[in-house]
Design a protein around this ligand. Structure first.
Ligand code: BEZ
Ligand code: FE
Length: 304
């Protein structure tokens, strides 16, 4: 074997992986090696910096539990989750489909089911009540009946159920279904902006960069219906002071809302309401879907 120098080690590492049977894995890993080695050469990576990077990634892994996904949080603060979302959207979302946003690390499968008009604020009821209503349609405006809409959010103190209470207890999250005309009607309390979890390695990293770590107030939304691309998005409250500086880059103009009284068609005249009409893109032939995120409990290695 020839002596490997600062350039030829890259080609040799890629050559050793050239027999990877899965062509996509081969392509992704070759590009990863190229960029990783280019990065090390560009910054002239020193041994102690290399070790600090390894220690950081080790700490990120150790902070993961069935209730916390520190690696997704890292991807989020690096802007990688937003980037993957934007690329995925550009490929499969029909022009009129609702824009997507981050799933985030607090999504949980199998949230409780609610009837139209019921409130997801079962245990943490502090805060101003509000209503969310509208329709789910296809990209041409045709109603999608029986679509499942999953929503989750912080309480009025800026905490998710996983952070505020016994993490076994689900609160401020729930699933609703659209009626025959594609309409939905939900009730909740107004979420407030909150800090991403800052007590772990990612929080330390964000502080080292002198970033505030805040997300503007929002309600997460996941809409599913057979034959349509799963929609993972969120509605952001326009009056939040951090609406233009989200630490995880989730906000888009089309997702900013303001609860108000007296909206035409609002199912409750006594509460502020947001009307939002979600539009689903059709699933393309052969498309397998996939989310930029997961319930943290599903990311744990299987028991040995
Ligand atoms: C969230 O919106 O739940 C979230 C997203 C990314 C990082 C932290 C929290
Ligand atoms: Fe959130």
């Amino acid at each position: 074997m020839a002596d490997l120098d600062r350039m030829s080690v890259t080609a040799e590492a890629i050559a050793q992986m050239a027999k990877t049977p899965d062509p996509r894995m081969r392509e992704v890993m070759a590009a990863a090696i190229r960029h990783l080695h280019d990065f090390a050469r560009e910054v002239d990576l020193k041994p102690d910096e290399w070790l600090a990077g390894i220690a950081f990634l080790t700490a990120v892994g150790q902070a993961c539990t069935p209730y916390r996904q520190e690696f997704i949080l890292l991807s989020d603060v690096l802007g990688l989750s937003r980037l993957v979302n934007v690329m995925h959207d550009a490929e499969g979302r029909e022009a009129a489909g609702t824009e997507t946003s981050l799933l985030g690390p607090f999504f949980r499968e199998k949230a409780p089911e609610f009837a139209p008009g019921e409130s997801i604020a079962v245990h943490s009821t502090d805060g101003e009540q509000m209503v969310l209503f509208g329709t789910v349609t296809d990209a041409d405006g045709r109603p999608v009946p029986d679509a499942e809409i999953d929503i989750w959010q912080t309480d009025a103190h800026g905490q998710y159920d996983l952070q505020a209470n016994d993490p076994e207890v689900m609160d401020l999250r729930g699933r609703y279904r659209t009626d025959a005309a594609g309409r939905y009607h939900m009730r909740t309390v107004k979420p407030i902006g909150y800090s991403i979890p800052m007590d772990g390695p990612v929080g330390k990293f964000v502080r080292q960069q002198d970033r505030h770590g805040m997300r503007p107030a929002h309600i997460h939304v996941l809409v599913q219906a057979p034959g349509y691309r799963e929609l993972v998005t969120a509605l952001y409250l326009g009056d939040d002071p951090n609406i233009d500086s989200d630490t995880v880059f989730g906000v888009s103009d089309s997702l900013v809302v303001t609860p108000s009284m007296g909206l035409p068609g609002a199912p409750r005249s006594d509460l502020p309401a947001v009307r939002y009409d979600f539009r689903l893109s059709r699933l393309a032939a052969g498309e397998t879907g996939g989310r930029v995120g997961a319930d943290p409990s599903q990311m744990m290695p299987a028991a040995q």
